[in-house]
Every structure is written in structure tokens, then in C-alpha cells.
Ligand binder design. Structure first.
Ligand SMILES: C[S@@+](CC[C@H](N)C(=O)[O-])C[C@H]1O[C@@H](n2cnc3c(N)ncnc32)[C@H](O)[C@@H]1O
Length: 341
């Protein structure tokens, strides 16, 4: 089975469903995918991309990842596909430049785009990267080891209000202010260096009754720091509209999110994309002001029990997808059309 663990360490989530959702856009020109381009915006170990390239022997893929280690793994795995795959080391909000580098326009040029958000199993399993609270390691958490800010930098230099805000906004941690206070007190004695030091502090800062509910006490703080270190939400907020713009008419985008903050961004961007631009008080759709996209999923789709059993990392997934149905008129693009006011 394609979604069983492989030598590459990451099991692709909702693989069949992603193929089912995106293949119609990739086979519009030719049944074997010739003439079509898929952007895998989160290439990771290349599991989803390998399946698309295998199933559609004419397809080309542009694979993006901010983690050069992931790109190395994908390069090895996908070597047999030769120049049908182009790898680009970038954040996904750099999709417009990545397309230009690969010879494609930023507007209406690609047939499908896949986002499989978050960290990969390889990133979580490599203890030295500091993503996992269960393993002692340096407080790093950078997805791109060439970027400069680490989790230790945040813990050792941000003021109390900024720390509390990160924990509250990105971790939805109800003891954010209390934890921030403990961090300031602790780092005055010695700066934070390891994940174990942070986990120990969280056991002290979070009251015992609260520790017994709501999962591991470190879960929310680690999520918050990871989001802050990698600027994950801003990156996604910019990437989704750029991806929607890049889709040709008939093109499709699918996004898998694993935590509610990211899923909310996707949900809002898609709700906006499928909304009519005709003023609500008009009885009929104005030409050029109808929805530019249509929803392909009703709400968010989840993994079924069998997949969760085989691959527990699929448990939190929320999949949403839309299809471009209309060109964006010049007045819409420039925001000058009627109804924009
Ligand atoms: C869940 S994994 C993708 C796994 C892949 N679909 C597979 O089947 O092997 C997510 C990947 O997205 C990358 N990533 C996360 N945030 C990113 C961003 N803002 N820009 C580019 N890549 C990002 C991570 O480095 C990671 O390799």
C-alpha cells in the first residue's frame, strides 16, 4: 500500500483523496498528464509527488520546500523521474518567484497545487532539530537551517509580553502569562539551551490539575514556538492567495492542515475565493463578478479510522480543496470593480 511507512520515513496523508481531487485538473489536456503542471508546495519526502508522477507519466512537478534536508531526500527518491521534477528551496509564500524561476507565469499558469502543511515525520524524528518535546535536544525548531531565529533565541531574548502573546496566539495556551513569567525568572538564572529544560519549566508553570487534561503540557508551547520560529501563519496567509492566482481556469488546489490556526486561514481564504462578487442586493450574477472558484470539499474532510490506525499522524488532518472556474477580470485584479468599495 502506498500509504504504508516507506524507507523515506514519512507516510503521505490522504494520498488517494489528493489524487482523486487533483487528477481531473491534471488530465484536462491529456489523460497521461502531458502538458500539465503540479506545484507541490510542501514537497517533504516527496510521497505525494512520487504518486502523481507515477500515475501520470506526462506530468511535470515543481516541488518547493524550505528545508534543504527534505529536498535532498526528495531528490534521491524522485531521481528516476529526471527533468519531470524541478526542486526549489523556498518558503511557499515564495511561490510566485519559484514559478518564474521554473519558467511559469505567476498568473493562471499551473494546473494543480498541493499544500501538506506542517512538519514532516523526518523533521519530528530527528531529535537534534528540537521539534519534539519527548526528546532532549537543542532548542532549535528551524525548518530552514539557513534562517537565523531559533526557539532558544525567542525564549532567551523576547520580553514577557511578547512571550505571553506568542504562547496565547500560536499555542492557544491558557496559562500563557504564567508560563512567560516563569521563563523570564528561569532565564535570569541561566539561558535556555535544551528542550528538556523547557519541558521541566512547563511542568512547574502549569498547575497540576490542568496538566492532567488537554494532552501533554508541552504540546501547546512547542507548537507556539515552532510557529513563531518559522513565521508559519504569515507564510501561509501570503501563500494561499498567490497559489489561487497561479491556477489556470479549471485548475485545482488542495490544502491539508494539521492544526486549527492554519486550517482557519485556509477556510477563510477559500470562503473568500468561492464568494460571489456581485453586490448582495442584485437578483442575478453580474458578468465578470461571479465566484472565481468553486468548493470541491464540503467543509473539511478528515482521515478515516483505518488510515488513522495505520498512520496516527493523519488524525488531526483537515483537507479542503477548490477549483478555479473563471478568469479574474483586470478590474477585479486591481480591486477597482463595482462592489469593491
Ligand atoms: C507534512 S510534510 C510534507 C510531506 C509530503 N507531502 C510527503 O508526502 O512526503 C511538510 C513539509 O513542508 C515543509 N514546509 C513547512 N512550512 C513550509 C513553508 N512555509 N514553505 C515551504 N515548505 C514548508 C516542511 O519543511 C516539510 O518538509
Amino acid at each position: 500500500m502506498a500509504d504504508r511507512p516507506s524507507e523515506f520515513g514519512h507516510v503521505p496523508v490522504l494520498l488517494e483523496r489528493c489524487v482523486e481531487l487533483l487528477a481531473p485538473a491534471l488530465t484536462r489536456h491529456h489523460p497521461d498528464g502531458s502538458g500539465a503542471v503540479l506545484v507541490d508546495a510542501t514537497l517533504g519526502a516527496g510521497g505525494h509527488t512520487e504518486r502523481f508522477l507515477t500515475e501520470l507519466p506526462g506530468l511535470r512537478v515543481i516541488g518547493l520546500d524550505r528545508d534543504s534536508g527534505a529536498l535532498d531526500i526528495a531528490r534521491d527518491r524522485l531521481a528516476a523521474f529526471g527533468d519531470r521534477i524541478t526542486l526549489v528551496h523556498t518558503r511557499y509564500d515564495g511561490i510566485t518567484d519559484a514559478l518564474a524561476e521554473s519558467g511559469y507565469a505567476a498568473i493562471e499558469s499551473v494546473d494543480a497545487i498541493l499544500f501538506d502543511l506542517g512538519v514532516s515525520s523526518m523533521q519530528l524524528d530527528r531529535a537534534e532539530r528540537g521539534f519534539a518535546y519527548a526528546q532532549d535536544a537543542p532548542l532549535d525548531m528551524r525548518m530552514d537551517s539557513e534562517s537565523s531565529l531559533t526557539a532558544a533565541d525567542i525564549l532567551n531574548t523576547y520580553d514577557e509580553a511578547a512571550l505571553a502573546s506568542i504562547l496565547h496566539r500560536y499555542g492557544e495556551e491558557r496559562f500563557a502569562r504564567r508560563i512567560a513569567k516563569h521563563i523570564i525568572r528561569q532565564r535570569a538564572r541561566a539561558p535556555f539551551a535544551t528542550t528538556a529544560e523547557l519541558v521541566e519549566l512547563l511542568y512547574q508553570a502549569i498547575p497540576a490539575p490542568a496538566r492532567r487534561t488537554g494532552g501533554h503540557p508541552a504540546k501547546r508551547t512547542f507548537q507556539a514556538l515552532r510557529i513563531a520560529v518559522n513565521d508559519e501563519l504569515d507564510s501561509l496567509r501570503d501563500a494561499i492567495p498567490a497559489a489561487l492566482d497561479a491556477l489556470a481556469v479549471g485548475g485545482r488546489v488542495a490544502v491539508m492542515a494539521y492544526q486549527s490556526l492554519e486550517d482557519r486561514i485556509v477556510k477563510r481564504a477559500f470562503a473568500d475565493a468561492v464568494a460571489s462578487r456581485t453586490p448582495v442586493d442584485l437578483p442575478m450574477e453580474l458578468p465578470g463578478r461571479g465566484p472565481r472558484f468553486r468548493a470541491l470539499t464540503r467543509g473539511a474532510e478528515r482521515a478515516d479510522a483505518a488510515e488513522i490506525e495505520r498512520n496516527p499522524r493523519s488524525n488531526p488532518v483537515r483537507l479542503r480543496a477548490v477549483q478555479r472556474v473563471e478568469h479574474e477580470s483586470e478590474s477585479q485584479r486591481q480591486g477597482t470593480g463595482k462592489g469593491d468599495a
